[in-house]
Design a protein around this ligand. Structure first.
Ligand SMILES: C[S@@+](CC[C@H](N)C(=O)[O-])C[C@H]1O[C@@H](n2cnc3c(N)ncnc32)[C@H](O)[C@@H]1O
Length: 272
């Protein structure tokens, strides 16, 4: 069973709550160009606590979604979350299981697949995508959003962020994940047998022209960065003093009227 030891962000309730906030905060960018309006049944791979599931169901009122996640704790939280969402809860169901081990299905029950921030945590993403294709009907749409962590830039330079980010990415790599998988989506989807593969960067740039947006993004990033702090401290990959310095430097960035923030994640779409 996955545990905080082998999953970068861990599965505690605070982290589960962060996933709902993250999905809502990033929705305009993550869902820009995502269209399942003519689809019936999407498999959401690595659905976590159902944060993106809720958005999918609200955006596409005729869609059914099956969410699969390797963590029973995430699935339990997703099911609990949907108990009160009376208008949409009947259109989804959740399964605990390893998406890398999906078995071919003779009737290929899904006509779409949605993956957001999951391939970065998977040791063999190509295998997962190959197996996923076997449960999709021919011509199904797959939409993927993934990290490309080498794109992070802030001005003024933050030495603590640079050191912490290096440790964060090294930890993700050592856990079998890939903090740069976004750049490989075109390659992975093509090699997994998908066609009509399209990949594009989704840039996030903030400067003095949009101080409110910049502050929101920097606050979101502080939470994202700190979501790995317990794991990094446990493994002695960072010291508490570095985390304190990081928080101070992020605070300075938020208060600097000339601060610049840039990050680009990657989005891909293809057909089975
Ligand atoms: C960063 S969370 C993203 C969750 C959700 N997609 C979202 O955006 O809110 C990554 C999720 O992938 C799940 N995961 C990692 N490896 C998996 C695998 N092999 N099969 C299914 N889920 C997996 C983790 O348990 C975690 O819930």
């Amino acid at each position: 069973m996955p545990s905080i030891e082998n999953y970068l962000h861990g599965y505690d309730p605070k982290e589960q709550g962060r996933l709902y906030e993250q999905a809502r905060f990033l929705e305009p960018r993550v869902f820009d160009g995502v269209d399942f309006s003519s689809h019936n049944h999407v498999l959401e791979v690595g659905c976590g606590v159902g944060a993106q599931t809720e958005i999918l169901l609200r955006r596409f009122p005729n869609l059914r979604v099956t969410g699969i996640d390797i963590s029973p704790a995430q699935i339990a939280r997703a099911e609990h979350h949907f108990e009160s969402l009376l208008e949409i809860k009947n259109r989804c169901r959740f399964l605990a299981g390893d998406a890398a081990k999906l078995l071919p299905s003779p009737n290929a029950p899904f006509d779409g697949a949605y993956l957001c921030w999951i391939l970065e945590h998977v040791p063999r993403p190509l295998e997962l995508l190959r197996n996923l294709r076997q449960v999709l009907s021919l011509g199904s749409k797959i939409c993927v959003a993934e990290v490309l962590n080498s794109t992070l830039f802030v001005h003024p330079h933050s030495p603590a962020l640079t050191r912490y980010w290096g440790a964060y990415n090294a930890l993700q790599k050592s856990l079998g994940g890939d903090p740069w998988v976004g750049a490989k989506l075109g390659d992975l989807l093509s090699r997994a047998g998908f066609s009509d593969v399209q990949v594009r960067p989704q840039p996030i740039l903030h400067d003095c022209r949009d101080p409110g947006g910049r502050e929101g993004t920097l606050l979101y990033w502080r939470d994202l960065l700190l979501s790995a702090s317990e794991n990094l401290l446990d493994r002695a990959l960072v010291q508490k003093t570095l985390i304190d310095e990081l928080e101070i430097e992020l605070d300075h960035l938020r208060k600097d009227p000339n601060a610049v923030f840039f990050y680009a994640f990657m989005k891909a779409e293809a057909r089975s």
